[in-house]
Ligand binder design. Sequence first.
Ligand code: XUL
Ligand code: CO
Length: 437
Amino acid sequence: MSEFFRGIEKIAYEGPDSKNPLAFKHYDAEAMVGGKTMAEHLRFSVAFWHSFKGGGIDPFGPTPVYDRPWDRATDPMQRAEDTLRAAFEFITKLGAPFYCWHDRDIAPEGESLKESNDRLDHIVGLAEQLQADTGVRLLWGTSNCFSNARFTHGAATNPDAHVFAWAAAQIKKAMECTHRLGGANYVFWGGREGYSSLLNTNMAHEQDQLARFLHMAVEHKKAIGFTGTLLVEPKPKEPTKHQYDYDAATVLSFLRKYDLLDEFKLNIEANHATLAGHTFEHDLQLASADGKLGSIDANRGDYLLGWDTDQFPTDLYSTTYAMLVILKQGGIASGGINFDAKVRRGSCDLEDLFHAHIGGMDSFARGLTLAQRIIDDGALDSFVEARYASYRSGIGEKIMRGETNFAELEAYVHQHGEPEKRSGREEMLENIVNSYL
Ligand code: XUL
Ligand code: CO
């Protein structure tokens, strides 16, 4: 079998003093942090589409820059097989336990649904074999219901029921393939579930359609015996101008309105949260507060560009804040940290894929150890705990137990007058975080 990443051996942990760019400085899979190994905490995953199908194209450069050795065969199915083999070689050398795919990036779409499904079955058979050979597992599968021209006006939210049916057929198959490969989750990202102009859109109808679609997905999950978690991935815009799954708060309220909340969790992506005008940790915390943080798409945006640049995560504040949320909810359960990130257009060498993932994994490993130390020392938690102390006794306790009313609270204010001013100590708390970094 041909080797694609010649000259690159399995990436080893060499410790923080290593100067070897092709080694981990902080991610030591077997190292224990707070009673679990780093590998168990972080559950890293490689996104098949960006790293193996991406050509480095952008809106002003539609021709691919990268020359990938797995992308040379003239027969599309041979190319698909080569690409999958290259992915497994890469993931194994990197030492990530998981990968993720869209149906149409592992197997090219055919002339009919039947041909597309047959191609998918063939490639899934190869994936089954490669997973067994390498021990690499599927974190989640998903369906690309946004690239083909038929999805221009949406998939489940398309004004044409025929397109809705196509999306259903395609996602049915992708769920079955995910199940066959033992996937831990299945993701719904509504790439074109939104609208461009209100002049031609019945918004209430489109949202009802989407809810009908997700209910049918739940039914199908049960029918095939898939026990993984169903995840919705919020994103505010791009490709649509107004996407219905805007952010964590919007998706949670949608799921609640349509009685879908028990069946779904969220897959929160860093760059999607920032596009929605939030920090990454805001959306993580919001989902987690509802018990609905299921998985993470790890990347970052660019301060100077306003779109989804999907850069690899390197910001230690961001990874530390993310890991604080995950540790405090007791871990990421069936989810993981999926690098939904791509190397820059100019990073055209094969080894750049390794540098990018090593950097992302080291950044989250540092975030993990720093967050665990911050939690163990209790400095932030004890401050927050004390800040809400007034709700644990007296009138505050009565408020939280539902044992008081506006009239009694009015009387309380007449009796006690003006509340004391209390500092939120933001600068002190930031200094505490910095003392760990
Ligand atoms: C797009 C995005 C997708 C989803 C899966 O911005 O993040 O790749 O993660 O469809
Ligand atoms: Co994503």
